[in-house]
Every structure is written in structure tokens, then in C-alpha cells.
Design a protein around this ligand. Structure first.
Ligand code: 5RP
Length: 230
């Protein structure tokens, strides 16, 4: 296992310590959260922990099912106790860029409905300023993608339609939409940019998660940093 994989796992195991009996848990997406889902599954199978999970992607739904975690829906449980998710960048105020796994829309919906949002990353994801060497993923309605790209250029962003790997043409999200990866070089005011982007008709959600995170666990080569929102 390379050090980053070990770091991701250590961070994920710290996050799982927030899980309590009877919790409704939002299950984010990505390779770091996968470690947390596996650990929760072990507790369900071996310790009889009773929790219900709400997955944010097909990736995590399948993993949760394989791990034996019982699932529920936002219709049955509109308020979650805890959500554990990954991130692509985390700044000093615990604002995030998310969505390189393409699950940003469901992730933000679940994060908005949770009492506590715990983010798990390896420490390479900690940055001073969001958007440096990292595009902002934006989920868009396919019908509107061309005009959304034009309007994003007016905001000084450089949008690229995300292309599939081992599939020709654009990536389709779990919601049947496209993703634009938008390079802004640096994001000075993530809250303002999030609002401006979401005001463009055809933009469904952005990967800017502002003021939502409660705790970040950032795994390093040996330990795990715990960062709390001020
Ligand atoms: C998916 C996400 C992921 O949480 C994010 O891309 C981090 O993934 P990983 O833990 O694999 O680095 O936002 O939409």
C-alpha cells in the first residue's frame, strides 16, 4: 500500500469513530470514503452495529451492499445524523472542492441534510486557496451545456466537458447529466463563485462546498490531523 492509501485509510478510520448506534449515515463517494464504508460494514457484521446508510453514488451503493450496510432513502429519513465524505481540496476555513468522482450533486444534497459533515482526505488535499491546480466540477443539464460554457467563460472560467474513460463522448453522471471541469486558476471567494455559477440556467450544482464541513481528518505518512471549523 503506498503512503497515500494508508493515509486515506487512517483518516477514514478516525471518521468512523463518530458513528453511533442507530445513526442515519450519509455515505459520500470516492476512494477515501470507501475505507470508511468497509469499516462501518465490519462493525455491522461483527459487532451488530445498527445503522442505516444513504449512499451518494452507484459506486458507494454497491460497496455498501457488499459490506452488508442496510440502506435507506432521503424520503424515509430526511435528516441524517452524520455524513462521511471525501474531497479534492480543503482550504483553511474547511471549504471544499468536490466532484472529481462526479457525485457532487447527491453529495451536496446529502451534506445539506446532515447534522454533522466529516471529511476524510490525505494531507495532499489541504491547500491555502481553492482552485489552484484543481478545476471546479460543475454538473450541468446536457441540453444547456454549450450556453453554460459560454456564460462560465464570462466569469473568467475555462470549462472543459469531462470525457469518459473507456467510453467515447462525455461522462454521464448518476443523474444523467454532464460535468464541466472549470479552471479558475484560483478561487478568491468560494461562496460568491458558487452563487454566481448556480445562477446560470442549466447549472444544476457546483463542487464548491462552502461553510458545510464540521470536521476534517487529514491523513499523513504517520498520523492524522483533526481540523475543526472555527
Ligand atoms: C466525488 C468526490 C470525492 O469525494 C472526491 O473526488 C475525493 O475522492 P478520493 O477520496 O477518491 O480522492 O467528491 O464526487
Amino acid at each position: 500500500m503506498d503512503w497515500r492509501e494508508g493515509a486515506k485509510k487512517r483518516a477514514a478510520l478516525e471518521a468512523v469513530k463518530h458513528v453511533q448506534e442507530g445513526f442515519i449515515i450519509g455515505l459520500g463517494s470516492g476512494t477515501t470514503v470507501a475505507h470508511a464504508v468497509q469499516e462501518i460494514g465490519e462493525k455491522v457484521r461483527l459487532e451488530g452495529l445498527r445503522v442505516l446508510g444513504i449512499p451518494t453514488s452507484h459506486q458507494i451503493l454497491k460497496l455498501a451492499v457488499n459490506c452488508g450496510i442496510p440502506l435507506t432513502t432521503l424520503d424515509e429519513h430526511p435528516q441524517l445524523d452524520l455524513t462521511i465524505d471525501g474531497a479534492d481540496q480543503v482550504d483553511g476555513k474547511l471549504n471544499l472542492i468536490k466532484g472529481m468522482g462526479g457525485a457532487l450533486m447527491r453529495e451536496k444534497i446529502v451534506a445539506s441534510a446532515t447534522k454533522q459533515l466529516v471529511i476524510v482526505v490525505d494531507e495532499t488535499k489541504l491547500v491555502e486557496k481553492l482552485g489552484v491546480n484543481q478545476p471546479v466540477p460543475v454538473e450541468v443539464l446536457p441540453f444547456a451545456s454549450s450556453i453554460v460554457m459560454t456564460k462560465i467563460r464570462e466569469l473568467k472560467g475555462k470549462p472543459v466537458l469531462r470525457e469518459g474513460k473507456n467510453k467515447v463522448g462525455p461522462v454521464m453522471t448518476d443523474n444523467g447529466n454532464f460535468i464541466l471541469d472549470v479552471n479558475f486558476e484560483a478561487v478568491d471567494d468560494p461562496g460568491e463563485l458558487d452563487v454566481k455559477l448556480r445562477l446560470i440556467p442549466g447549472v444544476l450544482e457546483t463542487g464548491l462546498f462552502v461553510g458545510m464541513t464540521d470536521v476534517v481528518y487529514a491523513g499523513g505518512r504517520t498520523g492524522v490531523q483533526k481540523l475543526l471549523r472555527e
